[in-house]
Write a protein that binds this ligand. Structure first.
Ligand code: SF4
Length: 277
């Protein structure tokens, strides 16, 4: 561990973490973003079985330009809420998991936040993972995909692509951002035959409209590189973070999604020949 730095391993991304990189001078933050020699991470967690194939080690980055109404980790929006981690320390951390991941046919997933807010650090981490022979996955909102060159994309075995809404207006309403660049990145991944797992969060009264689900399903099926779709039911596990951070949580009264609605959405995806869970 770097002298005096906070612990890097977390029990889960649901731990609230703030200001852990606040003392890093602005010039060092800028240099980190340019070189990727240092990054900001909420935490490393182990044992995930939902963030890619097998058992995963996940590094949760900080920094995100979306403002999803249902975000369950709003502490990851701010870059300097994360622990400053040199690339050497992050590589060492990955090295510790190498044998176990091989045994469990697992891999390394970079999630967030939005990992491509720190695209140079992400590339260095993926390169390190590949050098260790570890399967790599990027969990992304897809809007900053053009920060990666084609050669850099080769370092990533699988992209977990969050499509928040197919309808542009609803996408804007739910995330504060445009859907166009997300779909563009998906098409680029399709063109280079990079496997995608689409993730779609079903929020009652927002993204559960069947026309919207249909739009995502039709689009995903047209790509021909989507290996599976994960329908993620809205939950309230992140509510306490919004309260602690004194953010206006407009979904406060929204009930968690019923299993029946999630099952219906899965059927819609399957009707287009997609594997959906
Ligand atoms: S893209 Fe992810 S981290 Fe960013 S606001 Fe949305 S849910 Fe939160």
């Amino acid at each position: 561990m770097d002298a005096g730095s906070p612990p890097l391993e977390g029990k889960s991304p649901f731990e609230l973490r703030v200001n852990l990189g606040k003392s890093v001078p602005e010039s060092d933050v800028r240099s980190a973003l340019t070189t990727g020699d240092m990054g900001f991470l909420h935490s490393f967690t182990t044992g995930s079985t939902v963030d890619g194939p097998g058992v995963r080690v996940v590094a949760w980055t900080t920094g995100c330009q979306f403002r999803c109404l249902y975000c369950h980790n709003p502490d990851t929006w701010t870059l300097t809420n994360g622990v400053p981690v040199t690339i050497a320390r992050a590589k060492e951390q990955l090295g510790k998991y190498r044998r176990g991941l091989r045994l469990m046919s697992g891999g390394f997933t970079l999630s967030g936040g939005e990992p491509l807010m720190q695209d140079r650090f992400a590339v260095k981490l993926f390169r390190a993972a590949k050098e260790l022979g570890i399967h790599t996955a990027l969990d992304t909102n897809g809007s900053l995909g053009d920060r990666l060159s084609d050669a850099e994309l080769e370092l990533i075995d699988l992209v977990l692509l969050d499509i928040k809404s197919f309808d542009p207006e609803l996408h804007r309403r739910v995330t504060g951002a445009e859907v166009g660049p997300v779909l563009e990145f998906a098409r680029r991944l399709a063109a280079c035959k990079k496997p995608i797992w689409v993730r779609y969060v079903l929020v009652p009264g927002y993204t559960d409209d069947s026309d919207n689900v249909e739009g995502v399903a039709r689009f995903a099926a047209s790509l021909r590189n989507v290996q599976r779709v994960d329908v993620l039911p809205f939950h309230q596990m992140g509510r306490f973070k919004w309260k602690e951070l004194k953010l206006n949580y407009v979904l406060d009264q929204v009930a968690p999604l019923s299993p029946a609605l999630a099952a219906t959405a899965c059927l819609q995806f399957r009707a287009h020949g997609l594997e959906a869970y």
